[in-house]
Every structure is written in structure tokens, then in C-alpha cells.
Design a protein around this ligand. Structure first.
Ligand SMILES: [Zn+2]
Length: 591
């Protein structure tokens, strides 16, 4: 996308209005403040400047322009964030910028076509006399015609019959192989899913891209096989049933996440349609992003076995980290969802789905099953675990309830329980206070930021920097300085919010917003302040050299054995003294 278009969208979209699409902001003085969505914020720590069109969190450091906010909030790529901002601000973006998506679709059109044809063909076969054996099996499992039709189930006959059908329909063998429908070897072609019932897996926009397939042959060693990855299908990037469930998810404002496609079908049979499956217990970031784009309320319902329960905990934590609301279905039945229908009843499954636990309640029960409270050490461990988790709760009332519940379970008093976490937090605080040299370093940082701040506001400061200092020892400051210098090569002035659009590195964006948003720096070119800062940096560079020198040659200096070293050291000291003096004259001369 062209920079001028990005600039145009940026300047037309007001950051305050855009952010208010995501969270409430309150006007405070010149700025707006809100609860920061990028860390576990309790007070409004994020400030949004309408003047500068940037946001900044004073606690976690997150910051940037309107695109960065949308990109990080929605966890989408930068170009997509630009389009999203345009959409939110009702700015019409020309077709050509949306074209790339369609180009890749066209490239894959033949693959999509062959897959869609395969689904139609196998579904047709399932309803013929050839498919009777498969239909019998499905009926036995309680999957009637309406389920078969809705989920587009099919049956792949033996040998290469599907491949032959597809080729007769004009699809090339190459595409059948690329779509992972056909395998070829020296004996000829074979359908990948020969003699299996196929369950299509769709892309988020509803095109079939892969399959899970079950054998009907009792002697076959692998009951289920899945499509291998293809150009269209990347494992972990789809959620089974997403395209079908979306409408119901939006309606109910809730998404239920299960492990397998049979769980989806089981819930559908009892009228619960807002369900997707991760197809395995390892939920990926891409899948979470997909969930986020549908709703923020997720109910996890993985299997009731040990693997499923620990996977529930993992998924719940991932979802919480992505700032979503999480509930977990309490499933201690030891049965899969379809088994509950089979061995108990549909009503039992419906009742089970109503038993939703909060994350903490789930964690409480989960840990309780793993620890023996009769044992003092395990009881203490349990108390620590729960106290640690409940300490992260925003709601003080929920926190108090949890402490009471924990006190009952462990027979510790609430005061004793609070001691457990206090002991933990004070020890971490002490660690944080440790570095003593930090103060000195912070002063350098202050000076370096002053210089960078002025460079952002004026080209004159850039010239001065290049003439008098030329580089920063710190790699990230140096990188930012070079980026600013480069920016002025193609831009007359530096509008901060636009400059930020050109940065790719999140830490650079953080640094820029930190410099620009702080009150202690000059906001325009000030030769005096700039030169003082440059002197400071030089003095600090010398300090660093002196320190290194001492570390390296401490013996030789102590015993005064090497005249050369001593002279070298003294010359560094002299340089420093001169600079300090110069700085003193500068600073006091003006009074
Ligand atoms: Zn924050």
C-alpha cells in the first residue's frame, strides 16, 4: 500500500473515535484516558492524545498510532489494520488495494473446485446403494440424514474411483494430487480416502479444504486419517465448523470450543450450534485469532480425560492472555459427548453443557484432583497455587469469595492465606530493586531521549546530532536515530503519527511514543537543551570507557606497572573533566 494512502487514512481517522469502538475513553485534561487492553490494567493507565494522534500506556509501555492500536488489539497484520481503520472511519479504499486477496483466490481456484466437486461426489455416493454400508454405520452412531446433509458427509469408494470421476469431470491429476485426494505410484493412482467415510473440513469462509476420514474396515490399523497439509490447508489455522457456527455465535454472543468434529456433531444433535472444534488439543495462535474475530466469550469443553482437562487449562490461559472471557464446562462424566447421548440421553448432554465454571473455579477443582490435602505440604502448595491465581482477579469481591472457599478447603485462616501471597510478592519486589547502577544509566537515557525527541521535531537537531555526536552506543537508540535521519531524506517534516506508520519494530514504536508523550522533553528545537544533552551523552560514553578500562586493567593500574595504560586512562579522565567543565559553563553561563 502506498505511503500517501496510509497517511491519508491516518489523517482522516481520529484515534479517539477509533479506540472508542473498542473501549470507553474518558476526557482528562488535554488527553483521553482508558483502561489499557494490553496488560492486566485495573486503573485507566492508557492515555490517548488527540493532538498528536497517538496512544501510550504508562504501565506496560504499549503505544503507537491508530494503526498500531487496531493491529495489536485485533492481532492482525499491519496492512489489514489499515483497512480496518479505514472501514471504521468510513473511508472508501479503492478496489486495487483489496485485490491481493482475490488474486490468491484465483490462483487456487482449480484446487478449490476439485475439492468442492469431491465433496459433492462422495456425498452423492453415500446416498446410493454403494454407500449403504457407510450409511448403516452412521445411523448406528445416531447420525441421521439431516446430520449427513448438514455436515456434507460422504463416502469414498474403493481404489481410484473418486479420482477417475474427478478426471472425467475435467480436473487434472495434478490438482487431485495437490489437493491430497489422490496418491500416485508405479502401480497407478489410488484415492487417499478409499473405503472411508469423509468428513469435510472448511476454510473460515466455508470452502472445503481438507478431510478427516474414518475407515469401515475393522482390520485397518488407523481408524481415522486426515488430509496432509496442502497449499490451501495448513493445520492449526482452521477451526472445524467455524463457517456454519458463526451466525449462531454472533446471535448467542458465545462460542463453544470442543476437541473433535464428533463433539461438534453431538452438540448439533441437541440443538447447540455455536460450536467449533480445534481438531486436537493443541490450540494455535491463529485459531485464537479466529475465535477473537467472532466473539470474546468462549466456553471450553474438551474431553473429560486427563489429557483433555489439562488441555482445557492450557487453552483457558491462552484465551485469558488474549483478553477473552472464559468459562469451562465441568465434564467429569468420563464420556465423550456423543457417548453421553448414546449411554445416557440428549437431555443429559444439554444439562452438562449448562454446568459452566469460571476459570478460577475450574482451576480450583482441577488442582484439587491432583493434590492430596491430607498432606500438609501439598495442602500448602494448593493454597499457594489458588492464592496466586486469585490474586490476578480484578474483582475484589470474587477474590474474597475465593479466599473463603480456599480457607474452608485447606483449614487455613484467610489471614494465613494472605501471608502466603505476601511472602511471594515481597521477594519479587526485592529483586526488582536490586540494580544500583541503574540511576546513572537512566540519566544517559534521559539525555539520549532528549536528543531523539528534538530530532523528531526538527531537522536542525538532526544536523546537530550528525555533526556533534553521530551515533548512540545503545543499539535501539542508534537504530531510531538512523531511521529518523532516513525519514527526513524523503519528508519535509516529521508528523509523529505518520512517522510511526513507517516503523515495523514494536519496541521502536514504544520508544517513540514514550519520548513524544513525556512532559520533560523539549517539544521543539532548542539549541541549548540539545547541546547540553549531547555533552551528557559524551560524558557518559567516557564514563563507560573509564569503567571498562578499570575492569580490564585493574591490576596494572593498582600497581602502576604500565605507564602506557596509566597515560591512556588519564587522558580519558582529562577529556571527561573538560567536558564536565564545558557543560558547567554552558549551564551557568546563561544565568
Ligand atoms: Zn498497558
Amino acid at each position: 500500500m502506498h505511503e500517501s494512502l496510509i497517511q491519508e487514512i491516518r489523517s482522516k481517522a481520529d484515534i479517539v473515535q477509533i479506540i472508542q469502538n473498542y473501549l470507553p475513553l474518558i476526557k482528562k485534561g488535554k488527553n483521553f484516558v482508558g483502561v489499557c487492553p494490553f496488560h492486566d490494567d485495573h486503573d485507566p493507565s492508557m492515555s490517548v492524545s488527540q493532538d498528536k494522534q497517538i496512544f501510550k500506556c504508562f504501565v506496560c509501555g504499549a503505544g503507537g498510532n491508530v494503526f498500531n492500536f487496531v493491529k495489536d488489539f485485533e492481532q492482525i497484520p499491519f496492512p489489514q489494520a489499515i483497512l480496518k481503520v479505514a472501514q471504521l472511519a468510513n473511508i472508501v479504499v479503492e478496489e486495487q488495494y483489496l485485490e491481493r486477496q482475490t488474486v490468491s483466490d484465483a490462483k487456487h481456484k482449480q484446487l478449490f473446485d476439485v475439492l468442492a466437486e469431491y465433496v459433492r461426489y462422495t456425498h452423492y455416493i453415500l446416498n446410493t446403494t454403494d454407500g449403504q454400508v457407510a450409511r448403516d454405520y452412521l445411523m448406528k452412531r445416531g447420525l441421521d440424514e439431516s446430520v449427513i446433509d448438514k455436515f456434507e458427509l460422504g463416502y469414498n469408494l474403493d481404489q481410484d474411483q473418486a479420482t477417475r470421476f474427478l478426471m472425467a469431470k475435467g480436473h487434472s491429476l495434478e490438482h487431485c494430487v495437490k489437493a491430497n485426494l489422490t496418491r500416485t505410484n508405479e502401480y497407478g493412482n489410488k484415492d487417499v480416502f478409499a473405503k472411508r467415510i469423509v468428513y469435510p473440513i472448511h476454510s473460515p469462509d466455508g470452502k472445503p479444504i481438507a478431510f478427516t476420514a474414518r475407515t469401515l474396515d475393522p482390520n485397518e490399523s488407523s481408524k481415522y486419517i486426515n488430509s496432509t497439509e496442502t497449499e490451501l490447508y495448513v493445520k492449526g489455522q482452521v477451526l472445524y465448523n467455524y463457517h456454519r457456527a458463526l451466525r449462531s455465535i454472533k446471535l448467542k454472543k458465545e462460542m463453544i470450543v470442543v476437541e473433535g468434529f464428533m463433539d461438534v456433531i453431538a452438540l448439533d444433535r441437541v440443538g447447540i450450534e455455536n460450536v467449533v472444534a480445534t481438531l486436537g488439543t493443541a490450540c494455535t495462535k491463529e485459531q485464537i485469532r479466529l475465535m477473537q474475530s467472532a466473539t470474546h466469550n468462549v466456553t471450553v469443553c474438551y474431553d473429560s480425560d486427563e489429557a483433555g482437562q489439562s488441555a482445557s487449562l492450557r487453552l483457558a490461559r491462552l484465551l485469558l492472555a488474549a483478553r477473552m472471557n472464559v468459562q469451562i464446562v465441568r465434564n467429569t462424566s468420563g464420556l465423550d459427548l456423543d457417548e453421553i447421548i448414546e449411554k445416557q440421553s440428549k437431555a443429559n448432554l444439554q444439562a452438562l453443557m449448562e454446568q459452566k465454571l469460571s476459570y478460577l473455579d475450574f482451576f480450583f477443582e482441577y488442582s484439587l484432583r491432583r493434590l492430596d490435602l491430607a498432606n500438609f505440604n501439598q495442602r500448602k502448595e494448593f493454597a499457594k497455587l489458588i492464592m496466586h491465581e486469585s490474586n490476578q482477579l480484578k474483582d475484589r469481591f470474587d477474590q474474597a469469595l475465593m479466599i473463603d472457599r480456599l480457607a474452608q478447603a485447606t483449614q487455613f485462616t484467610p489471614d494465613q492465606l494472605r501471608l502466603l501471597v505476601q511472602a511471594q510478592t515481597t521477594s519479587t519486589n526485592r529483586l526488582a530493586q536490586r540494580p544500583l547502577i541503574k540511576n546513572k544509566l537512566e540519566l544517559t537515557t534521559w539525555a539520549e531521549k532528549e536528543i531523539l525527541g528534538q530530532m523528531l521535531f526538527s531537522q536542525q537537531a538532526v544536523l546537530d546530532f550528525r555533526q556533534e555526536l553521530g551515533f548512540f552506543a545503545d543499539a535501539s537508540y542508534q537504530k531510531l536515530a538512523l531511521t529518523i535521519i532516513n525519514y527526513y531524506r524523503s519528508h519535509e517534516e516529521c508528523v509523529i503519527a505518520d512517522f510511526i506508520s513507517t516503523l515495523e519494530d514494536a519496541s521502536m514504536i514504544e520508544l517513540v511514543t514514550q519520548i513524544v508523550d513525556s512532559e520533560i522533553y523539549f517539544r521543539a528545537y532548542s539549541s541549548e537543551a540539545l547541546h547540553d544533552a549531547i555533552l551528557r551523552v559524551k560524558i557518559n560514553n567516557l564514563d563507560r570507557q573509564l569503567e571498562l578500562f578499570k575492569q580490564k586493567y585493574s591490576d596494572e593500574l593498582a600497581f602502576q606497572t604500565n605507564m602506557e595504560r596509566i597515560q591512556e586512562y588519564q587522558s580519558l579522565l582529562k577529556q571527561k573533566r573538560e567536558l564536565v567543565q564545558l557543560r558547567g559553563v554552558d549551564r551557568h553561563g546563561k544565568h
